[in-house]
Design a protein around this ligand. Structure first.
Ligand code: NAD
Length: 431
């Protein structure tokens, strides 16, 4: 529901892919490879969650396997809602289908687990996959806002596992962020002091944006409600909670967890910061006061770092003006502005622009952005690390840990009405 409709479809169409294979596409019958696959082994990808976002990943990986020169198989599928599970497995010619994600993780045909379930299920499923030494692509947000302990556990599991983890902030495939990080590290703006980023869009992406496949469905053989609930509070079955889970605080958190991982991850990367010292937040349901909606549609954070840098992260789902007059770079929703003692780094069109601070004797600099956001390249960055054991994927766990900690501090601050602080020694959020 966030950035997925833009890049993937456009890029795959440009690459000549027939999307949404309605007819069965035979999965190549290749031999089994282990999670420590060699450079030439065919990698098996298993999908936990076969909803909207997973469809984009399936299309991308199918293209990579058939036209993109990657040795991989769409090996196995898991969903608690049988019609979606059947649809995906039929489209990609697989008979390896599961209602229980633990069985998919145990499947020896699966080397990489792609997790695209509702937010509250990401961390438990990713931890289980890493503990089984599988590689993981897990959608953002890497945890639900309530799962502060699980975030730390996930970071630990990723650090000790033989598997590689990539978080689904695909905007990190845009070269702009690494180019800007390098410029800042080389002193292009002097000591960074302030940054602005955000996500502005129109649309509630819940009540009106999420399809209800079957308004009369009931828990039973076709739908496992208990498995959907996972570790969230026990609730009686509700069609809205199941299909429109983004509206409910039990399973989602609104823009801070749904959209800001996209806008904020590049900022953390460019500044080279890790955990904040403090976060304050504001916002609420200001635009879409529907009966069902629990999550805010407007959310703002002020994030302070021990390096004496403040990041203002802002947004609303009630207005999509970007503020600078420029289209955003990649899918971040609003191009960031990074201010240093000696200059300011902005993104104008396809360029990184450095403007000297008033009184500075430095010259303005313009650097073209080399490559834009690309889900294919994003997946390839993971596949490359899995095959070679070298380097890190474009959005690795340490970056996701730092980013998500600040966002969870924002949610803690907003819910408590207090300043959230981070205790680095215990890696705990204190409000
Ligand atoms: N990176 C992006 O640009 C992007 C875009 C869209 C969505 N997302 C993320 O992807 C995730 C999924 O979003 P979506 O729009 O596809 O939602 P969706 O509701 O369309 O799909 C989720 C699927 O998970 C299934 N599911 C629920 N519980 C399960 C369980 N225990 N085991 C297996 N399957 C289970 C559901 O039946 C459903 O088919 C979200 O966390 C969202 O934030 C990311």
């Amino acid at each position: 529901m966030d950035t997925e409709p833009t890049m993937t479809r456009r890029q795959l169409v440009q690459r000549g892919v027939a999307l949404a294979a309605a007819s069965a596409v035979a999965a190549p019958a290749v031999g089994r490879s282990s999670a420590q696959a060699g450079p030439n082994a065919a990698l098996g990808v298993g999908f936990i969650g076969c909803g909207g976002r997973a469809g984009s990943h399936m299309q991308t990986l199918h293209w990579l396997a058939t036209d993109g020169g990657e040795k991989l198989r769409l090996a196995a599928f898991c969903d608690v809602y049988a019609p979606r599970l059947r649809r995906a497995a039929e489209a990609y010619g697989s008979t390896r289908t599961y209602a229980d994600y633990r069985q998919l993780i145990e499947d020896p045909e699966v080397d990489i687990v792609c997790i695209a379930t509702p937010d509250h299920l990401h961390a438990p499923q990713a931890i289980a996959a890493l503990k089984a030494n599988k590689h993981v692509y897990v959608e953002k947000p890497i945890t639900h806002w309530r799962q502060i302990g699980l975030l730390k556990e996930l970071a630990r599991a990723a650090a000790v596992s033989g598997g590689v983890l990539q978080c689904g902030t695909q905007g990190m495939s845009c070269s702009a962020w690494e180019q800007a990080r390098q410029l800042i590290a080389d002193g292009a703006i002097g000591q960074p002091i302030h940054a602005e980023a955000g996500y502005f869009r129109v649309g509630d992406w819940g009540e009106r944006g999420m399809p209800v496949d079957d308004p009369n469905v009931q828990p039973g053989p076709e739908l496992d409600w208990k498995a959907f609930l996972g570790d969230s509070p026990s609730r009686p079955f509700s069609v809205d909670r199941f299909f429109r889970w983004r509206l409910f605080m039990d399973y989602a958190g609104g823009p801070v967890t749904d959209l800001y991982p996209h806008a904020f991850t590049p900022v953390v990367h460019m500044l080279g910061v890790t955990f904040p010292s403090s976060v304050v937040a504001s916002g609420g349901i200001y635009r879409y006061p529907y009966e069902l909606r629990e999550v805010p549609d407007t959310f703002n954070l002020l994030i302070d770092y021990p390096e004496k840098i403040t990041v203002a992260l802002m947004g609303t789902q009630g207005n999509n003006h970007f503020g600078t007059g420029d289209a955003p770079v990649g899918s971040v929703g609003r191009s960031p502005v990074l201010r240093g003692w000696d200059g300011t780094l902005t993104f104008v069109g396809r360029n990184i622009v450095i403007t000297p601070t008033e009184g500075s004797t430095r010259k303005p600099v313009t650097v073209p952005v080399r490559t834009g956001e690309d889900l294919v390249e994003f997946w390839k960055s993971l596949l490359n690390v899995v095959r070679t054991g070298q380097g890190a994927p474009a959005s690795p766990m340490p970056l996701a840990y730092a980013t998500q900690t600040a966002l969870l501090m924002g949610m803690a601050a907003w819910r408590s009405g207090r300043t959230a602080r981070f205790d680095r020694r215990t890696e705990r959020i204190v409000v």
